[in-house]
Ligand binder design. Sequence first.
Ligand code: HMG
Length: 373
Amino acid sequence: MNSQPASHATTEVGIASIGLQLPSLAFDVRDLASLRGEDPDKFTIGLGCREMALCSEDEGIVHLALGAARRALDRWDGELDDLGLLVVGTESAVDMSRPLSAWVADGLGLRGAVRSYEVKHACYGGTLALRQAVEWKLSGAAAGKAALVVAADVALYEPGDPGEPTQGAGAVAFVVDVPTIASIDVHSHAWSEPEFDFWRPVGQDFPSVDGPLSLDCYKRAAERCFRRWIEEAGDASLSKLEAVCFHVPFPKMVKKAVLALGESLGWSEEVSRAFYSEKVGPTMGWNLFTGNAYTAALWIAVARTLIGRTEGARLAAFSYGSGFGSELLTLTAGPAAIDGAWARDVETDVANRRLIDVAAYQGLRGEREVAAA
Ligand code: HMG
């Protein structure tokens, strides 16, 4: 059991276990391009997308969130009784009142002396959930208990919307306790501005997006957060990071943000491109198979990036959620990162999932009748 006595607030807190869950279907963006009469290069080169993860008719947000939670708990050496907090970050909630955490708790059989709730702030909600768990532990309020944090989403746009090639789905769960996989610095850099770049009013099935504004907001948020970090820690501090993960709405967005950041910091284009290809691009290996998983997108990149890291390796994570809120966090790999046991979740789910064709995609989106089996 990982719990610590109630009287001893831990000084180092972070990720003790990771679980991920992807849905059972996927769709190649080149097939979407043929369906929508677009040049496939626009989606693969222009946006940097490859495949989107999609839920079957029998799956949904509860399946993803619960699946990731179960996998994280299976890998943890604590018991359900050792949990004092369950937080789910999502923008795919199924109810305006009952939190998604109640469905997760139900599936896990978790009840009793546990604070259980849902957090919403577009794609930033998962990061907020994780931050709250870390701060709860560090405050001493946890009284030796651990937290279970889930970031889960199903990201769908209206068929034919420019955002459609960026769709995706997935969930990541973390047990927050003794940081055997990675500690999370309590000090971070947040930046928010009230904007309407991407929003989904109550009762509306798909999001409304101001695409160009959303790109500007994302770049501005990254620039503000990194600037605050550099002002405090110095430009050289970036070179001490082994990797820098970003929220991934689509991979090209991340590249655009890094190039804009470099320009604002006075880097040459060559330096910015080298920074991107060495420290940022490789973090998105799994995002190419999930698409945008909203709250989970950044944490899928972090989970991928932690695999195989040696103890003490430093990573940064930039979170962005429309509306907008953003935060730059730093993590330090612990002794269990090298093992990367959670890689199996994604390897298994990608190997087992079914790549659907255009007709099946249209059936799933209600654009055509599905023939009876
Ligand atoms: P669009 O307007 O149809 O695309 O949709 P475009 O015309 O801007 O083209 C995209 C890129 O493809 C451009 O590259 C084109 O030049 C290129 P760029 O000039 O920007 O480098 N292109 C081609 N390249 C190669 N061969 C070709 C070709 N044709 C064009 N033949 C848009 C783009 C991003 C607006 C759309 O996908 C969208 O609305 N996405 C959703 C919004 C989004 O993801 N915003 C990102 C920031 S906001 C965010 O991250 C929050 C979010 O995750 C939600 C949350 O917080 O909850 C979305």
